[in-house]
Design a binder for this molecule. Structure first.
Ligand code: GLN
Length: 278
């Protein structure tokens, strides 16, 4: 089979599985055969190595069961870097890039800011901050033993600290006013949403998705228990579900936060709530 034939076969197999078979087929060819689009145009008539071809075919079988493309590839780009990802950890999503960018903006001009990324998963948010805020001292906190190996692998040699802990108790270990910014993409799906997951999301760990009956458990925790750890003027930056802005901003008001605002992701959905400590 030539590379082009393999590419076309992958695209056809992916049509019933995904909205973007062209993109996903290209990802598989690049990952398993080392052939990007230019390579396919120039040398697509070359035979695919049989091992690589087999790898693509077995990837397609997995993808048909709804396994996320990110898990199959084992790595995924986020902002300007790449993360190791696989079963047991939430896939980094492009939607979360705006969360990280908002935090990076807020930290401009803050010398050596101390930052906590709570429910860190792959570490995408904390790592993005560490890469773009010179001198930032970033700690990623993650409870899940299944997510932990990805977090430690991704943060190795980055200078980012990792702590395996439950955020429902971890706040007790933080000294008062120790942090300049707390960022989190917590579990935020509601009970009904957990009962109707997309096939890909159903492969992701429930622990990373389940925000309690109304989806707001972690926002109640963050807006109450983590205020003491921020210095006055410090920020709490949270990813939210597209329908949660009003509820999370209201929690901010109730618990005495200032300057609450919401930002949208590049798809036009509400995605980030920012709250400042007075
Ligand atoms: N963005 C994910 C989804 O919509 C949820 C991630 C989360 O709960 N933090 O499936």
């Amino acid at each position: 089979m030539t590379l082009n034939e393999l590419y076309r076969a992958a695209k056809t197999a992916l049509e019933p599985v995904t909205e973007d078979p062209t993109f996903e087929a290209a990802c598989l060819l690049e990952h398993f055969c080392g052939a990007n689009r230019t390579e396919l145009l120039l040398h697509g008539d070359k035979p695919a190595e049989s091992e690589a071809g087999q790898a693509v075919l077995s990837a397609l079988e997995k993808r048909k069961t709804g396994e996320p493309l990110q898990y199959i590839l084992g790595e995924w780009d986020f902002m300007d870097f790449s993360l190791k990802v696989g079963p047991g950890v939430l896939c980094p999503r492009a939607d979360s890039e705006v969360v990280c960018e908002a935090a990076i903006e807020l930290l401009q001009g803050v010398p050596s800011p101390r930052v906590y990324d709570l429910c860190a998963g792959t570490g995408c948010l904390g790592l993005g901050i560490a890469r773009h805020v010179p001198g930032a001292d970033v700690t990623c906190v993650e409870k899940s033993p299944d997510a932990w190996p990805y977090l430690t692998a991704n943060t190795a040699d980055s200078g980012v600290c990792t702590i395996q802990a439950d955020v429902f108790t971890y706040y007790k270990l933080l000294s008062a006013e120790c942090a300049d910014l707390i960022i989190s993409n917590p579990p935020y799906l509601t009970g009904p949403e957990m009962g109707a997951l997309m096939p890909e999301t159903a492969h992701e760990p429930a622990m990373a998705l389940d925000g309690g009956a109304d989806g707001l458990d972690f926002y109640r925790l963050l807006t109450t228990r983590y205020k003491a750890a921020l210095r006055p003027g410090g920020w709490l930056v949270m990813e939210i579900g597209y329908a949660q802005a009003a509820d999370v901003l209201a929690l901010g008001e109730t618990h005495g936060w200032a300057n609450g605002s919401c930002r949208k992701d590049y798809g036009g959905n509400d995605r980030v709530v920012l709250l400042q400590k007075n």
